[in-house]
Ligand binder design. Structure first.
Ligand code: ZN
Length: 197
């Protein structure tokens, strides 16, 4: 109580952060991340932000975004596969790189754009990349296991759907589903339109 009483006795002069005009007690104001603004400055700021929000989804270059997403996805898949082959152990957590790389690739080649369309595209590319990476990783282990048994088998890099499904589903567990969820979440979040306040 003491401190609030003291504060009342020493009223501070409030000025608009933008135009510097003094705001009297009765004057309309708005507290923003930029500071306290008078009504006209607040309205200007609001329309500026509105324009920025709209511009980030305008003229999105989808072919370039797709290229970026695919390049990112390929990089993530190769990274995961190489780490697995090198370490001889499947670190599912590394798969999260795929989501990051797809999302970053899409927004980067699209000229730092964000839109719902980019989100859907990234989701599709990231999901496909994740399953293909799982195929590559399992393929390596299957071939190693067969080689130990004296059978040299080379599984195709472009398998038919049946083979693909059988290899991918070999040791699918709860963690894989969790990692897939994180991959999709990263791809979705990184391409989501920014909310400006
Ligand atoms: Zn102002």
């Amino acid at each position: 109580m003491q401190s609030s009483a003291e504060r009342v006795q020493v009223p501070e002069e409030t000025t608009c952060t933008r135009c510097g005009s003094v705001l009297s007690e009765s004057q309309d104001r708005e507290t923003t991340t930029e500071g306290i603004l008078c009504r006209p400055c607040s309205n200007n700021r609001r329309s500026e932000l509105q324009r920025l929000v709209e511009e980030q989804s305008w003229d999105v270059n989808y072919p370039m975004a797709l290229l970026g997403a695919l390049l990112g996805g390929a990089t993530g898949v190769l990274a995961w596969w190489c780490i697995t082959v090198w370490s001889n152990f499947a670190f599912g957590a590394v798969a999260i790189l795929i989501g990051l790389a797809v999302g970053k690739g899409a927004t980067f080649l699209a000229g730092d754009k964000r839109s719902r369309g980019l989100q859907v595209m990234s989701l599709g590319v990231a999901g496909t990349a994740y399953f293909y990476a799982t195929y590559l990783v399992n393929r390596t282990f299957v071939q190693q296991a067969l080689a130990k048994g004296g059978r040299e088998v080379a599984l195709s890099f472009l398998p038919n759907p049946v083979l693909f499904y059988r290899v991918v589903s070999l040791n699918l567990d709860v963690l894989d589903v969790l990692f897939l969820g994180i991959v999709l979440y990263e791809a979705w979040k990184l391409t989501a339109p920014r909310q400006l306040r």
